[in-house]
Ligand binder design. Sequence first.
Ligand SMILES: NC(=O)c1ccc[n+]([C@@H]2O[C@H](COP(=O)([O-])OP(=O)(O)OC[C@H]3O[C@@H](n4cnc5c(N)ncnc54)[C@H](OP(=O)(O)O)[C@@H]3O)[C@@H](O)[C@H]2O)c1
Length: 144
Amino acid sequence: MVAGGSDGIGVGFARSLAARGLSLVLVFRRATVLDAFAHEVRGAYPVEVRTVVLDLSEARAMARLAAEAADFEVGLFVANAGGDDPAMFLERNLETHLALVQRNCSSVLDGRYQYRYTYYIESLRSLSGSSRSAHLRDRRDGRG
Ligand SMILES: NC(=O)c1ccc[n+]([C@@H]2O[C@H](COP(=O)([O-])OP(=O)(O)OC[C@H]3O[C@@H](n4cnc5c(N)ncnc54)[C@H](OP(=O)(O)O)[C@@H]3O)[C@@H](O)[C@H]2O)c1
C-alpha cells in the first residue's frame, strides 16, 4: 500500500514494488493522475493495482481506505502522502498544521491498527526535522 503513490517519490516506490511482483493499493487525491499511473503499472507488470482516491488529512480516512481495500492483505505500508507548504511556520494557518498532523501522524497510526502490516517505509520526514530550518522559525524574531 503506497500512500501518495502517483507523483514524486511515491511513483518510484510503486514501480519498484510492482517490479518485485507485489500487488499495489495506490492512494491519493487526484483521480486523473492516479488512474493514468495505475494504467501504466498494470501494462508493465503482472500485478493487481487498486486505486483509492482519498484525502488522508480527513479524520477516519484510514477506515474508509480499509473498506475500499478489504480484500487486500497489506504487508507493507509506504507512508509518503504529503509535500509541504513552503510558507514560514507562523504564516500558515492553524488548519494547515492540523491537516498535516492528521495526514502524517493520525492516519498513519490508524493504518497501523487497521492493517497490522509487517513492513513500513516512511518518507514523510525531512531534514528540516533535524536542522534549524528557516521554515520552522518565526520570521519576525528568527527564533527556532
Ligand atoms: N522530495 C524530497 O526531496 C523529500 C525529502 C524529504 C521528505 N520528503 C517527503 O516525502 C513525501 C513525498 O515527497 P514528494 O517530493 O514525492 O512529494 P509530491 O511529489 O508532492 O508527492 C506527494 C504525493 O502525496 C499525495 N498526497 C498529498 N497530500 C495527500 C493527502 N492529503 N492525501 C492523500 N495523498 C496525498 C500527492 O498526490 P495528490 O496531490 O493527488 O493527493 C502525491 O502523490 C512528502 O511527505 C515529503 O515531505 C520529500
